[in-house]
Design a protein around this ligand. Sequence first.
Ligand code: NSS
Length: 432
Amino acid sequence: MQDFIHVKDVASVGEGKLVSVRGWVYRKREIGGKVFIVVRDSTGIVQAVVGKDNGDAFKKAEQLNIESSLVLRGYVKREPRAPGGFEIQVIDIPWSFVGWQFPINEDAAKADSEYLLDMRHLWVRSRRMQSVLKIRDTVFGAIHEWFRGNGYYEVQAPMFITSAVEGGSTLFEVNYFDSKAYLTQSSQFYLEALIFSLEKVYTVAPSFRAEKSRTRRHLTEFWHAEAEVAWAGLEDIFTVTENLISHVVKRVLERNLEELSILGRRTEPLENVKPPFPRVSYDEAIGILNRKGFDLKWGSDIGADEERALTLEFTQPIHLHHFPEQVKAFYHRNDPARPETTLSVDVLAPEGYGEVVGGGERIFDYDELVGKIRRFNLNPDDYQWYLDLRRYGSVPHAGFGLGVDRLVMWICGLDHIRDALPFPRDMRRLKP
Ligand code: NSS
C-alpha cells in the first residue's frame, strides 16, 4: 500500500523526501519545457513540477485540464516562489483522469454569480466555497459542543406538520396522501413538548419558509438551531445566546484563521465577540433610529434596513428585546409589567448583518394562550396538542431559534446568505 500525504503536510515532511499526493488540478501552465501543476486537495494547494526529461509523466501532465484528478509521486524541494514554499518534483503520475474541459474559469467566476449558482455542484470545489464549508463545519460542531457541554439533550422533531408556528404566509403546503400537510417553519412547539420530559433540549434541523421575496438573508430552506428550557425566562435566553454565539466564534478563530483569510474576512470584529452583549430595548432602538433619520412609529416592525443601521452603532452583537405584541408571533409571553410588549429578544449580528436569533418567554397559562390565539385571529382548534402542554403540569419556559446560515454568513463576512451553504434554496432556485 502506497502512503499518501495531504497537500498541507508537504512542507513539514522536509526537503528530499519522496511523497505521494492525490488531488485535482487547481492551475496548470507550461514554461521552459516544464509543466507546473498546482494540485489541490481538501487541505490546501501545492505546486508540482514535471520536466520534459520525464517522458511518460510529462505527456500525462500536458494533457491535464483544470479539475482533472490525479495521483502523483515525487521529491519535496524547497522553492520560495511556490505557494507554501515547497514544491514536488514529480517522478511519476500513477493515475490521472483528464475529463472534460472544466466549465468554470476565473473570468466566469468573477463575471456572473447566477452562473456560479447553476454550477454550484462544481463550484463547491473553489477555495472560497471550501473555506466557507470548513467554517460551517466548525460552526455546527461548536453548536453541538456548547449545548452538550451545558446539559442539553439533543432531540429531533418532525418536518411534516399541520399548523403554523410563525404565521401562515410563509407556510409550504405539501400533499400528504389524502390530506395536506406543511413543512415545518420551526421545531419550537415540539421542543416545548419535550421540555416536560427532558427540561433542557435542543435540535439542529432544517426549517422551511415560503419567502416570496428574494433578499440577501432569506432562504426557503435554512438550518435552525433551536433550544427550549423549562423554568427559564428572558434573562436566561440573553445568557444562553450570548454564550453560545461567543463559543462558536471563539472556535472559528481557533480553527479557521486560514479560511477567514482566504475569504478576506477581517477578524477584529469577531475578536470583539464576548459576553455580555449590550441590551437594547425596542423603545430605545426606535429612539436611536429616529435620531439617525428614520421615521418609525412605536409598534412598527424593525426591518433589515433598520437593523443594519442599529447594528452599526455597536461593535458587539446586541440583544434587542421587548418587542410590541403585534410584531411577534402569538406564543410570545406579554410582559405583565407592560402588557403591550412581549418578553422577546432578537440577537442582531454586528456590521450591518442583523437578526440571527429570535426567542423569548412563552405563554404558559392556558387562558392567556387561548385568549391570544383568538386575538391573533387564529383558531384554537389548530393548536389543541400545543394547548395540552398548558393543561398538564405547565411551567414557565423560554427558548430561541438561531439561524445557522445567517450566523455563518456574518462570521465569514459574506454579502449573501446563499454563499453560506453548499446548495441554497430560494424562491427561484431548486437546483442543483
Ligand atoms: O422566525 S424566527 O425569528 N423565530 C422562530 O422561528 C422561533 N420559533 C424559534 C424558536 O424560538 N425556537 O426565526 C429564528 C431565526 C431567525 O432569527 C433567523 O436567524 C432564522 O431563524 N431565519 C432564517 N434564516 C434564513 N432564511 C430564512 N427565511 C429565515 N427565517 C428565519
